[in-house]
Write a protein that binds this ligand. Structure first.
Ligand SMILES: Nc1ncnc2c1ncn2[C@@H]1O[C@H](COP(=O)(O)OP(=O)(O)OP(=O)(O)O)[C@@H](O)[C@H]1O
Length: 579
């Protein structure tokens, strides 16, 4: 579709070519577009796909393009949309699930940039002013704005600030959020405390390790645990697409329960929508296309004959296919089309590996030393490449407490840093500002300390080679990947160049290419966790290095364990590189 295409080229540059997973998606998932597209019935043939490829290989575009194109096509060729049922304020046509609020927000920004010309309405459920129950809603009311009005605004133009107001009825098309947040929006705040809550498991408490929270499917914002205070305000009866991003996590046994609840809720809502059609607005009733709509009762399909024959398109994406996901798909989705790139389960090709042995003294001092070494190398490079900046370092620990201690230690040594755990206060603010300067920014959206800066473009000298294993082409033109991060030209004493976190930020987040080093200071829970952490660098064909700290003696005590770690990590290297 031309509008999507031009936004994509604006984002990636005119010479970008699809990655392997994108090619698979273009060939198998993208609905065909013709200028003279006729009204089509999207529900006649619900399908299921799995898109799997290595980290940083462009899976977001691979699923967003077909979803946005399909939504636009059905908007162009169907009757005007009816208002949500009584008491509901949102009725999206696509729902995208992400394991963390940070990822949901980043995906929403990305999706908005992609649909800029085709004008769909995208809402991040993890943002400060997303329609919600209870406290947020009363705050909105205080500002003289009802949630129903919020959903009728044109949400397309803004990504982290205020919505652009439009008084025309513009229902939200896509809602992006974590399963828990979306269940809350559907069932009402505090639903999990009731009899329909997920088991009798207690809600994660503050101070718990983020990784365990993630595993239990509860990515909660600090201070959001309220008793049941309201009915849900999102109706799921119009959903045509459900995307489960990071499906390996969201169908992990610990997350699966909430993910599958949402799938069942959509199925149930669609069955209900068939038996009690939604009430159209007066304007809709006048529309000649209404007849077309009412003559299509199958546009919301009957309840599925088997529990997992969902009445909507289901698109899963993942960088890995662990046994749990494989078994789950085999049992529940035997017909799912698996579109898998050869790089799945591998580290990105442009990611180098380094092992650093603990000295036996203070481990934090070892980390500090290696960080300073990174900057010393950068400074040497600056002599030969004028204009290059100090790179940023992403440090992964296993425990919340370790993140805090590491942050304090480095701060005391004059290394300014940002520490983020699931309980960090900054996470409660409903935006990704706490990650400013670390996440990749889209062209023209560079931020520094919350303020927009004039775009500053540099030629990225490290991009000599034109193509790579993922099929990514490095464009010799300004693009999102060649925009400097303003904070890296400042000193590490005054501006954070180090981000310390847990596995919380290891899934799906698209970090800036200036994050050239990922430090893994604690042994990850498993090889997949390692892959996801490491994959925050070396993205989209950029160079990166993963530094694994541990005990790696050549012989004696611990040598066997060290060798085992190296062997397991070595198996993740792409075949081409091992040759
Ligand atoms: N065809 C392309 N050419 C150049 N850059 C691309 C292309 N497709 C995507 N990118 C860029 O690659 C980066 C990584 O994309 P994305 O976050 O979608 O990767 P991913 O496969 O979802 O990674 P992860 O598994 O970590 O979630 C983004 O900045 C995106 O803009």
């Amino acid at each position: 579709m031309p509008g999507l295409r031009s936004c994509l080229l604006g984002m990636l540059g005119p010479h970008a070519t699809p990655t392997r997973v994108q090619t698979l998606s273009l060939n198998h998932v993208l609905p065909p577009y013709h200028e003279s597209s006729q009204p089509s019935n999207p529900s006649s043939d619900w399908k299921q796909w799995l898109l799997a490829s290595e980290t940083g290989s462009g899976k977001s575009i691979a699923y967003l393009l077909p979803v946005l194109q399909a939504l636009k096509l059905s908007e162009l060729t169907s009757a005007p949309r009816s208002r949500p049922p009584e008491g509901k304020e949102l009725s999206p046509r696509a729902v995208i699930l992400a394991p963390t609020h940070e990822l949901a927000r980043q995906l929403a920004i990305f999706a908005k940039a992609l649909q800029h010309e085709i004008k769909l309405r995208i809402l991040s459920a993890s943002r400060e002013n997303a329609p919600s129950s209870g406290l947020e809603r009363s705050r909105d009311r205080e500002r003289g704005m009802r949630a129903s009005e919020m959903s009728s605004m044109d949400l397309s133009g803004s990504d982290d600030g205020d919505f652009e107001l439009s008084r025309k009825y513009h229902p939200v098309d896509v809602v992006i959020g974590t399963p828990m947040k979306l269940l809350e929006m559907t069932r009402g705040r505090g639903w999990e405390k009731g009899p329909d809550g997920p088991g009798s498991e207690p809600v994660a408490t503050e101070g718990e390790d983020a990784q365990r929270k993630l595993r239990r499917g509860r990515d909660r914002i600090v201070g959001s645990a309220h008793p049941r205070t309201s009915k849900g305000e999102m109706d799921l009866g119009a959903v045509e697409w459900l995307v489960v991003d990071e499906a390996d996590v969201l169908f992990d046994p610990d997350f699966q329960e909430t993910t599958r609840m949402l799938l069942s809720d959509i199925t149930a809502a669609k069955a209900k929508a068939v038996s009690s059609p939604q009430i159209s607005s007066p304007a809709d009733k006048q529309s000649p296309a209404d007849a077309l709509q009412s003559s299509k009762p199958e546009s919301t399909s009957a309840p599925p004959s088997s529990p997992d024959a969902y009445p909507f398109n289901l698109l899963l994406t993942s960088a890995t296919i662990p046994t749990t996901l494989h078994n789950y798909l085999t049992e529940h989705h035997p017909d799912i089309k698996r579109l898998v790139s050869p790089g799945v389960h591998k580290l990105p090709k442009d990611l180098k590996l380094e092992y650093v042995s603990w000295t036996g003294g203070n481990r934090m001092a070892d980390v500090e030393k290696r960080i300073r070494q990174v900057w010393a190398e950068d400074s040497l490079g600056a002599a030969t490449q004028p204009g290059s900046n100090l790179s940023q370092v992403l440090v992964f620990c296993n425990k919340t407490n370790k993140v805090r201690l590491m942050g304090q230690y480095l701060e005391a040594k004059g290394i300014k840093n940002v520490s983020v755990t699931s309980t960090s206060e900054t996470r409660a603010r409903g935006s990704n500002r706490h990650l400013n300067g670390f996440l990749r920014v889209l062209p023209g959206k560079e931020m520094d300390a919350g303020r927009t800066r004039k775009k500053e473009i540099v030629w990225d000298n490290e991009l000599g080679d034109k193509s790579n294993d993922s099929g990514l082409v490095h464009p010799p033109f300004p693009s999102s990947s060649t925009v400097t991060n303003p904070s890296t030209s400042l000193t590490p004493q005054t501006h954070p160049h180090v981000l310390i976190t847990t596995s919380l930020l290891s899934r799906g987040l698209d970090f800036a290419p200036s994050i050239k080093h990922v430090f893994i200071v604690d042994e990850p829970r498993n090889v997949l966790d390692f892959l996801h952490r490491a994959g925050r660098s070396g993205r989209a064909g950029h160079k990166g290095k993963v530094v694994v700290f541990g005990k790696f003696p050549e012989s004696g005590r611990g040598a066997g364990r060290g060798r085992e770690v190296k062997q397991r990590v070595g198996e993740l290297l792409s075949r081409r590189r091992r040759r």
